[in-house]
Write a protein that binds this ligand. Structure first.
Ligand code: GTP
Ligand code: MG
Length: 306
């Protein structure tokens, strides 16, 4: 292991997982890694930043970039998210374009937004593999055929693979095809490295995930989480985090009647953080009003989106 093994020649390269919001990009990444690196919710625009995660086996090192869903931006945060996704695509050896095969908004074939993505990918010249996700929800299975035919006719993808990131169906096949397209070389990252992010980033994300699941309407989209203190003590890790919202109304929603909401958010995030860190965690949350943080550059910077 260690030094010597890192010099082995393996299939090694960058695979960017890109696509529209909510198609299952982060679910797929977690499924391949066999652990949760990227937060997942039922709501679109969950992932806000490029997240690097490394999948090592004896014969491969796949460096995944999970990305925010490409959408029509409404504010500074939306622009930031799209740019993070587009930049990550340019880093890819292979772009894994995930499409929700069950999205009825498209009608029979690709939507206009999806055709925009196709055009952009074609312009980059980067090899594309398309995964048609959520096939577990597709009844009857033949409903996928018009979409398959349209994508096939566009000649944009080297491979088109139906998968379910949720059940794992087709994921091994997908990965074999993607890995076969990667260059050969020495590992670019240490074998024991999972991500380029520190634990405090993941804890902030877990708090945001709990908020996105527990609150509704505009609140999930106006919330950012910043870790103020992260103290590793012999008895466990003590974490102080600020939840930033834009209005006092949103603050009241997050706190809830008699503090019930914030207690629920804290308990959920604390339990997940303890699992992630493998030690007891004490989590203190504070809710702050930062007007317009999602629209102005200074606000975005303060929340770590720069
Ligand atoms: N039925 C089904 N649901 C899935 C599948 N993959 C993902 N989902 C669900 O789709 C929703 C969105 O999943 P995410 O992984 O957060 O999607 P994403 O593409 O990362 O979304 P953004 O980060 O917002 O762009 C969640 O509720 C997932 O459980 C699948 O294969 N089948
Ligand atoms: Mg995501």
């Amino acid at each position: 292991m260690g030094e010597e093994n890192q010099q082995d020649i393996v299939k090694c390269g960058y695979v960017t997982i890109a696509g529209r919001p909510n198609v299952g990009k982060s679910t797929l990444l977690n499924a391949v890694l066999g652990q949760k690196v990227s937060i997942v919710t039922r709501k679109p625009q969950t992932t806000r930043d490029r997240i690097l995660a490394v999948h090592n086996t004896d014969d491969r090192q796949v460096i995944f970039l999970d990305t925010p869903g490409i959408h029509r931006p409404q504010d500074g945060l939306g622009h930031y998210m799209n740019e993070a996704a587009n930049n990550a695509i340019l880093e890819a050896d292979v772009c894994l374009w995930l499409i929700d095969a069950t999205d009825r908004k498209r009608g029979e074939g690709l939507s206009r937004e999806e055709r925009d993505i196709a055009r952009r990918l074609q312009q980059t010249g980067i090899p594309v593999v398309i995964a048609l996700n959520k096939v577990d929800r597709m009844e009857p299975k033949e409903r996928i055929l018009p979409l398959l035919q349209e994508i096939h006719a566009m000649d944009i993808a080297r491979e088109i693979v139906p998968v379910s990131a949720l059940t794992g169906d087709g994921v091994d096949t997908l990965m074999s095809l993607v890995v076969a397209m990667l260059p050969e070389g020495p590992r670019l990252f240490p074998r024991d490295m999972l991500s380029d992010r520190a634990d405090r980033f993941f804890v902030a994300e877990l708090v945001r995930e709990a908020i996105m699941d527990i609150t509704h309407k505009e609140v999930p989209y106006r919330t950012a989480v910043v870790i103020d203190q992260f103290k590793e003590q012999p008895a466990g890790t003590e974490i102080f985090a600020s939840i930033h919202v834009e209005t006092t109304g949103q603050k009241a929603i997050i706190i809830g009647k008699n503090g019930e909401k914030i207690t629920e958010i804290r308990e959920r995030a604390r339990a997940q953080a303890a699992e992630l860190l493998g030690c007891p965690v004490s989590l203190r949350l504070h809710v702050d009003v930062s007007p317009d943080w999602s629209t102005n550059p200074a606000g975005l910077r303060k929340m770590g989106y720069e």
